[in-house]
Design a protein around this ligand. Sequence first.
Ligand code: NAD
Length: 247
Amino acid sequence: MTLQGKHTIVTGGSRGIGKAIVEAFLAEGATVAYVSRTQAEDHAALEALASEHGGAVVFHQADVGNEESITSAIDALHESFGSIDVLVNNAGVTKDGLIFRMKSEDWDDVLRINLSSAFYTCRAVSRLMIKQRSGSIINVTSIVGLIGNGGQVNYAASKAGMVGLTKSLAREVAGRSVRVNAIAPGFIETDMTGKLTPEQREALVGQIPMGRVGTPQEVASVCVFLAGDASSYITGQVLPITGGMAM
Ligand SMILES: NC(=O)c1ccc[n+]([C@@H]2O[C@H](COP(=O)([O-])OP(=O)(O)OC[C@H]3O[C@@H](n4cnc5c(N)ncnc54)[C@H](O)[C@@H]3O)[C@@H](O)[C@H]2O)c1
């Protein structure tokens, strides 16, 4: 078990990709705090997984887009854990529309929930990790942040912003053995992509060389790699998980 004894925080861990990351970390022996607006429907199953592998799981309610809410969550978790070894910034939303129909409020909300949230958590956690002289931060961006997508200027800008944040922070903290990387999933089967029409879905799958959508577990296994010592010399990178959609 590669994450035994590690204290980890996953934002947006109540469902989808975040929940798969929580499960994968627990299966590797980690102690996991997931920070979300709501608790996972099957939180008891997460507790069972944790006790089977010698770790623990806690839910902490917070809004990642609210500076005070997320900062006090990080402080409280640090106080109860004593250290934070891994942070995964996974919580995210979409509010799609073509630019001429997009309300300023939909721009602001997506930038705040997807990007400002990562600034708040990275600022709080990197300070602690620098003192520890160890730690791994993983930002969940999107392939859309690298190649763009019509109807998603707000989402793509937020995810491209995360790439800049990741690389700049990686440079700031590398000398203290703190690593900061990003993953860029393509089309993954979750509630977020469940909103697509059959036509949009077919068009998207048509762009994937592997000819299928990805699973949350296929994203989570990459996070296990980036969280643990197997990736100890990797920092400032953006790893696409896309079935070959962007090469
Ligand atoms: N599904 C995909 O195809 C795909 C592709 C690329 C990137 N991503 C990214 O992966 C991440 C997870 O996506 P998903 O598909 O699992 O989405 P999802 O909608 O299934 O889950 C999102 C999670 O974030 C939480 N969340 C949303 N807003 C929050 C807030 N303000 N405060 C706290 N928690 C909040 C939700 O409660 C939920 O747990 C997102 O950042 C998304 O942009 C997803």
